[in-house]
Every structure is written in structure tokens, then in C-alpha cells.
Design a protein around this ligand. Sequence first.
Ligand code: F6P
Length: 376
Amino acid sequence: MTKVGKLGKLGILTGGGDAPGLNPAIKSVVYNAAEFGIECLGIYDGWQGLLDGYCEETMPLDPVTVRRWDRDGGTNIGSSRTNPFRLKPPGGGEPMDRSGEVLGNMDRLGLDALVVLGGEDTMGVAGKLAEMGAKIVGIPKTIDRDLWGTDYTLGFDTALINCTEIIDRSRTPAGSHHWVQVVEVMGRTVGHLALWSGVAGGAYLILIPEHKFRYDRVFELLEERHRRGARDRRYPRYAVIVVAEGAAAEHEDVVTIDQERDAFGHERLGGIGAVLSERIRKSTAYDSRAVTLGHPQRGGSPSPTDRVMGLLFGAEAVHAVIKGNFGKMVTVRGVAPACEFGTISLREVVGKISTVDVERWYNTERYHVKAKLVEP
Ligand code: F6P
């Protein structure tokens, strides 16, 4: 065991939507920190856990406690979408900046540094706190895979597998009843999850936020498939469409669940699948059904890739802490084992997102990946 200078205690927190891969990363941070004689403390429920009234309760994390965590989905220390820079008072009213409490409580808990696991919002808060003097290292996590500066974000692979499984399962009812099955997947404003689960699940059409679709073109492509299936029984008489929750038709807005916005100003997306399905029923020869996959798509045990990447990201984060490389998020080029790790400034990560490269990957005529993969 190598003792490191002044670093005695490391806080760990997970922010934003949960994702498979967080627990393996936490395990790795704890194991690697222990090698250097650093103690770890789990902060409950993201940034909320560092506010007055919440930080009294924390979870000491040692290698024995986290030994089995690499098999667990979600996050065992809880998460929230708390923004300490814009926090609504419980009784309503103007949002308040409570970031001072976060810094004060880091001191009070004796935290020499903090490892935060999250997406753009969590990194945004981390970046601002780092500028105020906090010693923070970030680990990228989101099933959306939209974080800037890194090729991989924890949770993406498991979500991809989960979505693909449901797309596969929706094929048999659709095939038996000759209808169009619309499958709505998450991803916020990007289409990585929709595009690649659609490809893996053999969807006929894939609609992504990066390219506005036209209803008349969707109907045309469906009619083409319907005519062929009707003429020759060797061809399918059904279709699966994967639509990203953030996809929208030309001249139309994204479909939202309600008018609410979260603490970071994000709309609650959802409902485009049902709208599309209804229009297909009205405008084509097909009957249609829609399913919104919702939160279970980021549920369950982490895939091998998410376990491996979580463990490797955790180790990299501890290396950054040891080297005093604060105010950074660990990044990766490629995915294990063919990958290279690095770091990027937390402030650079914010305000930019990684979208599907439409030019490279998306066929805007056939609403599919740019490769001949499906029969018309
Ligand atoms: O960012 C991850 C994500 O699952 C998005 O794909 C989705 O739009 C959003 O979170 C859902 O938010 P919540 O978990 O707050 O319902």
C-alpha cells in the first residue's frame, strides 16, 4: 500500500439518471484508492447529498463493502437531478444558488477530493465547483452516449442490449398480425441508442433527432414494403420502426410528456411513438401499435462492456486524483480492449454534445443506417 501525501479521504457521488456501469466504477475507485491508503465515502443521491440537511448521512465504502457491486445495475449510493446552483426552495419560489453549502460540506466531511459519475449536467456542476476550488474528477456516464470528448459513456452498451431485446420481442406479434410496431427508445436529443439498437434489432425504419423526418416519406416507405409483402409471401408483411424520443417531423416540435422542465432546464421527452403509430394507422394500409420502452431500458445488471469500462474508468479516475489532475473528466478513445484513456477539462465537456454523424452513418432517404442491411 502506497500512502499519498495529503489525500486521506475521497468522496464519491453519482448524479443524473442511473445507468448500469456506475457500481462497477464505484467498486474500482474504492479498490484503487485503497491501494494508496485513501479512504472512500459514498455521498447519497448526487449533489443533493452534499446539501445541508442531507450530508449528515453518508456511506463509508471499503473494498469489503463494494466487493460484489460490479454485478449491480443502477447506483447503490442513489442519484438525483439536483442542481445546487439553481435549487427550487421546497415551498416554491425563485431557484437559489446553494453551491456554497456543497463546498462547506465537502470540508466538513473531510473530503480531500471528489469523484463524480454523471452526464453533462453533473459535469457542468462539477466544472463550476472545480473553478471555485473543489478538487474533482469526473467519470462519464449516460445511456444517451452524448457526452462530449469521450467515445464511451457508462450504461450505453447495456441499454443497447436491453433495447435490442425488446425490438426482437416486438417482431413476433407484429409479424403474426402484419402490423407496424413502433418502438420508442430514450436518448434525449441524440440518436445513438435508437440508431444502433434499430440496426441490431433489424428495424425497417429508424428515426433520429439529428435528422427531421417527413411523414409522407415514412408512409411511402411503408407502402412500398406492404405492396411487396402482399405480392409475394416470402417477404415480410409487417415492419418495426425504432424512433428516438427526441425525433421530430419537419416543421413539428418534439413531443413532450408535459410542460415541466428539470433542474437543468431539460424537457421531459416522450410520446412521439404513439403519435407516429396513430398517423400510420390513419394514412397507410397497416394497422400499428406503439411501445415506449421507458426506464427499464437503463435497468438491470451491467453488460460485460459496462463492467469492464466501469472498472477501467474507476482506475483512471483514481490515477487522476493521485496525480492531482483535478477539474477533469476521464475519457476514452475506442472501447476496451482497443482503447486509450485520457482526460478533458470539465468545462470543455459542457455545452457541446456528441451527436450521430448523419453524413457518415444515416441514410436520409431510407431512414436507416448508411449500409444495405434490410430488404425493402
Ligand atoms: O439521460 C438519460 C435519460 O434516460 C434520457 O435518455 C431520458 O430522456 C432521461 O434520462 C429521462 O429522464 P428521467 O430519468 O428524469 O425520467
